[in-house]
Design a protein around this ligand. Structure first.
Ligand code: SF4
Length: 212
């Protein structure tokens, strides 16, 4: 188990709320019943989407949120994933989704203890390896839980750090955040998407070599 900073923040901010224990225990129980890591990743994604449904369908959020296809500033940030999510994304790559290996290596080299070094990369080098030229996610249905909670209120230009740092307002997705916390607690490993992908892709290559 390795709980990333984003999940620790959820715990610090939300552990005193009455629903915290209920949601985290329920998610942990359900995850323990699923033996396949890929199905565990899909279960948590479905749970996060369901918990977010009410929040994101609120008329105020619909009116004030600029988020949509092609708007991808949040895909230029460090994303934490569980081992299950990393496996799901690795499977996508192995099955044919191409990524830029140099970009992945550059991002992974910043480590995942904190996003301090990741933030020093140029905006272009922060771009998620799954983002296409039109600003769409190429693994949308299987994107990590953390990506599923990203929604802002205000002007989309405020999301681009070079234009207006610190002014964006994230929509609060507290119940989904609690479920995500539980998924990190359950997972045997976690880290930034680039570090985890690199680790899993190397492991895949190693196993392939052994088969030859
Ligand atoms: S996985 Fe998709 S949604 Fe998440 S950061 Fe990458 S491109 Fe964006």
């Amino acid at each position: 188990m390795r709980v990333p900073a984003i999940a620790k923040k959820t715990f610090d901010e939300l552990c005193s709320r009455p629903e915290f224990l209920v949601i985290t225990q329920l998610v942990l129980e359900e995850l323990s019943k699923i033996s396949s890591p890929l199905l565990r990743a899909k279960f948590i994604h479905k749970t996060v989407d369901e918990l977010n449904e009410e929040v994101f369908s609120h008329p105020l959020v619909k009116d004030l949120s600029p988020c949509g296809v092609g708007c991808s500033a949040c895909c230029h940030t460090q994303v934490s994933v569980t081992a299950e999510e990393a496996l799901l994304l690795t499977q996508k790559i192995v099955n044919g989704i191409t990524i830029d290996p140099v970009l992945l290596m550059k991002q992974a080299a910043t480590g995942d203890e904190s996003d301090k070094d990741f933030k020093k990369l140029s905006y272009e080098d922060k771009k998620c390896v799954f983002l296409d030229e039109k600003g769409s996610c190429r693994v949308y249905d299987d994107r990590p839980s953390v990506c599923r909670t990203n929604s802002v209120l205000g002007d989309a230009s405020q999301c681009v750090p070079t234009e207006s740092p610190q002014r964006l307002r994230l929509v609060k997705t507290q119940q989904a955040d609690m479920a995500i916390y539980a998924s990190f607690l359950f997972s045997e490993d976690a880290g930034s998407m680039s570090v985890m992908l690199q680790k899993y892709l190397e492991e895949f290559e190693r196993l392939k070599q052994e088969e030859v």
